[in-house]
Design a protein around this ligand. Structure first.
Ligand code: HEC
Length: 171
């Protein structure tokens, strides 16, 4: 009786080990990362890549409020993620906050490397409009503001100017 219990316990623990190992594997190389309302939470605590201020010819007249000299554009990369062999890995999360002291501008945008052939011609990035707490924004019509072609494709077409850097300007 005792031997059987021991055997069972041993079998169980090796199962747990195998299971947790396969879980770790998926965690290391996720095939697809689908962001939800929790994914961007706490982004102000992520390593800050930089703060940008003033007009940038790359931004045109309006994008990211660069036409307003009082606006500072801060960019955060979760875990300070870098490129791996020239590309950001699936699951990379980036938030950009553009704001000014008077508070007339307060814009939160996000990019996530979604993977899984989500948008293979543009390196599988998904673009987001976010609220201050990092939730994914919904417009007045109830549409969730996310996708590869967000804002009529404006995000992806301008970020295409950085296609040799995997669509990311600031790093
Ligand atoms: C007209 C060009 C342009 C458009 C349109 C644009 N961006 Fe950007 N974006 C930039 C530039 C340039 C930067 C680099 C930081 C800076 O100069 O402010 C940037 C930075 C970012 C970053 C930080 C990562 C990086 O590439 O450095 C995120 C996230 C981002 N943009 C999201 C968006 C989203 C979401 C949209 C659409 C709603 C969008 N952008 C539209 C030009 C653009």
């Amino acid at each position: 009786m005792k031997k059987t219990t021991l055997l069972l316990a041993l079998m169980l623990s090796s199962w747990v080990a195998i299971l947790s190992q396969s879980c770790n594997k998926t965690k290391d190389t996720p095939q697809e990362f689908i962001a939800d309302n929790n994914s961007f939470k706490g982004f102000t605590g992520w390593p800050k890549q930089g703060s940008f201020n003033g007009p940038d010819p790359l931004l045109g007249a309006m994008a990211h409020a660069n036409n307003d000299a009082s606006v500072v554009r801060s960019v955060y990369f979760k875990n300070g993620q870098d490129r791996v062999n020239g590309k950001f890995p699936v699951g990379t999360l980036i938030v950009k906050h553009s704001t000014n002291p008077s508070g007339t501008v307060n814009e939160f945008t996000g990019m996530v490397k979604r993977g899984n052939n989500f948008d293979p011609t543009h390196n599988d990035w998904e673009y987001f409009m976010l609220t201050a707490d990092g939730s994914i924004m919904t417009d007045t019509g109830g549409m969730v503001l996310r996708g590869s072609g967000l804002m009529g494709g404006m995000c992806v077409s301008c970020h295409g100017g950085a296609s040799t850097k995997d669509y990311i300007f600031s790093k």
